[in-house]
Write a protein that binds this ligand. Structure first.
Ligand SMILES: Nc1ncnc2c1ncn2[C@@H]1O[C@H](COP(=O)(O)OP(=O)(O)OP(=O)(O)O)[C@@H](O)[C@H]1O
Ligand SMILES: [Mg+2]
Length: 251
């Protein structure tokens, strides 16, 4: 990587506004995420965290401002958008695996269909990824035969199969039984340590403290705090953040 390429932020949002009808859900968002950084996004329900994630791969169009991924403005549609989506991996609360395909087929699908990778190569890569997330032995099962934690790890492998430049996670552990949360967080922590650029919406404060380089706190569609996890947890500046932490750390 040249110095200029390294200096280009992986994500750059400037002056981003988003409305749902009369509701102003993202308000003049300016956000740069440098390459390799892990950003945890916190905030109360309805503050715009999911919407923020979804605008970055254009699952939601924006009304104003610009978003660039690795220096490229988000394309509006067509082939260019498909390419961009491939570079931005996304993992949701619901795993969204294809029920009628096996785990390995789920992981192979996009590389074969979108990138035109040969099937045997796609299978090899898929197996390597399943190995990495610790479920290679589940490869030939169907999603419903796996635990929630295993399904979510499969969903992460599926996103990684497209070799994304950045991974977005929207509450990836919220739908899991408590005993399965850690195995998914462990995969994410490893990914972070390997240098993946990540934007993670989560209520897992342990992950935020341990794996995040930076914490963003949102309220009412605005970024209210943007700081290190140490600063944020020790001394949140805003009343909203103090209130939020008070609720989340005592429940
Ligand atoms: N498709 C939609 N149509 C209309 N309003 C929406 C839509 N999606 C989200 N909203 C509204 O936009 C606001 C932000 O929602 P968003 O889902 O981004 O919040 P969030 O911070 O992710 O909340 P949560 O913690 O509950 O997941 C909320 O007021 C929500 O009701
Ligand atoms: Mg949400």
């Amino acid at each position: 990587m040249t110095a200029a390429a390294a200096a280009t932020p992986m994500i750059r949002m400037s002056g981003v506004d988003k409305f749902f009808g009369p509701l102003h859900v993202l308000k003049n968002i300016d956000l740069e995420v440098p390459k390799g950084q892990v950003v945890v996004v916190l905030g109360p329900s309805g503050s715009g965290k999911s919407t923020l994630c979804r605008t970055i791969n254009r699952l939601e169009p924006i009304d104003k401002g610009t978003i660039e991924v690795d220096g490229q403005p988000l394309p509006a549609e067509g082939r260019a958008l498909a390419r961009l989506r491939a570079e931005v991996g996304m993992v949701f609360q619901q795993f969204n695996l294809f029920a009628h395909k096996t785990i390995v087929e789920n992981v192979m699908l996009a590389p074969v269909r979108v990138r035109g990778v040969a099937k045997d190569e796609a299978r090899r890569t898929a197996m390597e990824l399943l190995e990495r997330v610790g479920i290679a032995n589940q490869a030939d099962k169907y999603p419903a035969q796996l635990s929630g934690g295993q399904q979510q790890r499969a969903a992460i492998a599926r996103a990684l199969a497209m070799r994304p430049k950045v991974m977005l996670f929207d509450e990836p552990t919220s739908a899991l039984d408590p005993e399965m949360v850690q195995e998914v967080l462990d995969v994410m922590t490893t990914l972070a340590a390997e240098g993946m650029t990540m934007l993670v919406v989560t209520h897992e404060m342990g992950f935020a403290r341990k794996a995040a380089d930076r914490v963003i706190f949102m309220a009412d569609g605005e970024v209210v705090e943007d700081t290190t996890p140490e600063e944020f947890f020790a001394a949140p500046k805003s009343a909203r953040a103090r209130d939020f932490l008070g609720k989340i750390l005592t429940h």
